[in-house]
Design a protein around this ligand. Structure first.
Ligand code: J2J
Length: 551
């Protein structure tokens, strides 16, 4: 079998050997894993896609045997359409059963899913398709009032490599996923454990999001480790409430962790309590993962709900800092154990342990999955700091990438010479090895778990004819933790522009709604640092002070 071209720095041989010798990398692939589970317990339910009355959909439950067969047949169909090993396929599906059918079909072939989020729009999708030279794009017909088929038509006209658009639902001018010939021929020449399995998206701090190349071996190790830490076994029922493509609900321990354990995955289209709580009751959900704003909403809703949530044993909260105050309320309100998780699609994932003292659970963001996760906390000159001091988090380990996909220049600064990933997070390490997230050095806004790269938004604003300069910073927000504030300097002599006009301009350039600035402030000039750069620190202080003054 031909190896898949990595297009990214691979793990050096000595590390790969070490991770194999330690039993972390066991030579498994996703395709093989599903096959094994299907052979071991074909009739156990793998995926539940609950009834959706609004869409006239009945509850669907696919067993491991069925999921395996569907994946196999779709894989053969994709192969017949000319989609082969190493090809990239941009996947943008909501939380529906077909997400897993498609993902495992691609895993079997060794084609690489590129995990777009449902919120992404033309600007992001065009970039993912063009940059990865994707051969196919998989979409729902409409989702949240948006017609993905129209977007697909536009992108297809621009990106010449894109030969197929597959639609779950009414295909319009494209191909229905159900029309892909489902030939019952397994793809034999599949990927190897050390091959890439997919491209995940980075939260990013640069003009365009970077792509994260993950291998079967490394990712499956993170699933096995997560399952052990979160006590996921074949009796577990994992509710996927966040968008399935995101690394947190995919792997911490997430849907793929649950499938690895032979457990049951239950999907929900919406994480709001009125949709998710009845699903928890009906399906006997035992664990789920949420971002902090949703965890707050659930904590409040639990007080008055008429649904029985007693099956819920563990609530994982991560993606953004969960305040200690909110963390303290979870167990009393929901009756389950809180597990904080501080992870990143680049690799490293930290969890508080189920048997950690309560104070540790509510005041830290956990400790690494693996004894071979190397953690450094350093000052601005990369000098290691003692335990207890706050600094930059660098990490290297058995499931952390050594470089982004096709990004050699960026890799030169995003990683140290000896392969440590510069997370951009500011942390403090405790005596017990737990990490406390204290801040962020990267130019990113964390909007309740949704990451916004300042530069990406600045570039969009700069395209406005009246704009001379733009600087996007975070501002505090009681619900999301942070929101985005765009400071704008207009061109000399330009007619006044309204905030709304800037927001509308950005939205119409076709990007995910969560990236449209929450607030726009016009100024004559930007405060500068000592060396003449825009002082974002001063801008953040200014907007924080003015919000406080406004009450
Ligand atoms: C503070 N900041 C956090 C936390 C992530 C599990 C959970 C989350 C992600 C994720 C993930 C945080 N407190 N508890 O992939 O597997 C911020 C940090 C980090 C960045 C990564 C997973 N949990 N963060 O959020 O790739 O800044 O992954 O570097 O989207 O989110 O973002 P992302």
């Amino acid at each position: 079998a031909q190896p898949i071209t990595h297009d990214a720095p691979a793990y050096p041989a000595e590390y790969a050997e070490r991770y194999r010798a330690a039993g972390h990398w066991r030579g498994e692939t996703f395709g093989g894993m599903l096959r094994e589970r299907a052979l071991a317990h074909p009739d156990r339910v793998a995926i539940v896609d609950p009834a959706d009355e609004a869409r006239g959909k009945e509850r669907r439950a696919w067993t491991y045997g069925e999921l395996d067969e569907r994946a196999d047949r779709l894989a053969a169909g994709f192969l017949a359409k000319g989609i082969g090993k190493g090809d990239r396929v941009v996947l943008q599906l909501p939380n529906v059963a077909e997400f897993f059918e498609v993902v495992f079909a691609l895993f079997r072939i060794g084609a690489l899913p590129v995990f777009a989020l449902p919120a992404h729009r033309e600007s992001e999708i065009r970039h993912f398709c063009a940059f990865t030279e994707a051969v196919a794009y998989v979409i729902p017909d409409t989702e949240a009032g948006f017609d993905h088929r129209e977007l697909a038509s536009k992108v297809r006209a621009e990106v010449t490599t894109l030969r197929h658009v597959f639609v779950v639902g009414d295909p319009g001018e494209h191909t229905a996923l159900t029309d892909v010939p489902r030939e019952p021929v397994p793809a034999e020449d599949g990927p190897r454990p050390e091959d890439l399995a997919f491209l995940q998206l980075s939260g990013g701090s640069t003009g365009v999001p970077k792509l994260i190349p993950r291998t079967h071996d490394d990712y499956i190790y993170s699933l096995r480790g997560s399952n052990e830490i979160c006590a996921v076994d074949e009796h577990s029922v994992y509710l996927c409430a966040l968008p399935a493509a995101h690394n947190f609900p995919l792997s911490s321990p997430g849907t793929l962790g649950a499938l690895y354990a032979g457990a049951r995955v239950v999907l929900t289209r919406s994480p709001s309590p009125d949709v998710a709580f009845p699903v928890i009751e009906r399906e006997g959900v035992t664990l789920t993962g949420l971002v902090p704003p949703l965890a707050l909403v659930w904590t409040e809703a639990a007080a008055t709900t008429r649904y029985d949530l007693s099956s819920l044993q563990v609530l994982l909260v991560g993606g953004a800092k969960f305040s200690e105050e909110a963390a303290r309320r979870v167990t009393p309100a929901l009756g389950c154990t809180l597990q904080q998780v501080f992870g990143m699609a680049e690799g490293l994932v930290n969890y508080t342990r189920l048997d950690d003292p309560f104070e540790t659970i509510v005041t830290t963001q956990g400790r690494p999955i693996s004894p071979d996760d190397e953690i450094r906390v350093v000052d601005d000159q990369d000098n290691d700091l003692p335990v207890g001091e706050t600094g930059h988090l660098l990490t290297r380990g058995p499931y952390t990438i050594r470089g982004y996909w096709r990004a050699p220049e960026h890799n030169a600064t995003a990683f140290t010479e000896d392969g440590f990933y510069r997370t951009g997070d500011i942390v403090r390490r405790t005596e017990t090895g737990h990490l406390v997230v204290e801040g962020r050095a990267k130019d990113q806004i964390n909007r309740g778990g949704e990451k916004v790269a300042a530069e990406e938004i600045e570039n969009h604003i700069l395209a406005h004819p009246a704009v001379h300069d733009a600087a996007v910073v975070s501002m505090p927000d009681a619900y999301l933790g942070e929101r985005t504030c765009a400071y704008v300097v207009l061109r000399a002599g330009a007619a006044p522009v309204k905030s709304l006009a800037i927001k509308k301009f950005v939205r119409e350039r076709g990007l995910a709604a969560y990236k449209v600035p929450d607030r726009v402030e016009f100024v004559e000039e930007f405060p500068q640092t000592g060396i003449g750069k825009v002082s974002k620190k001063d801008l953040r202080a200014a907007i924080t002070a003015s919000l406080a003054a406004a009450g």
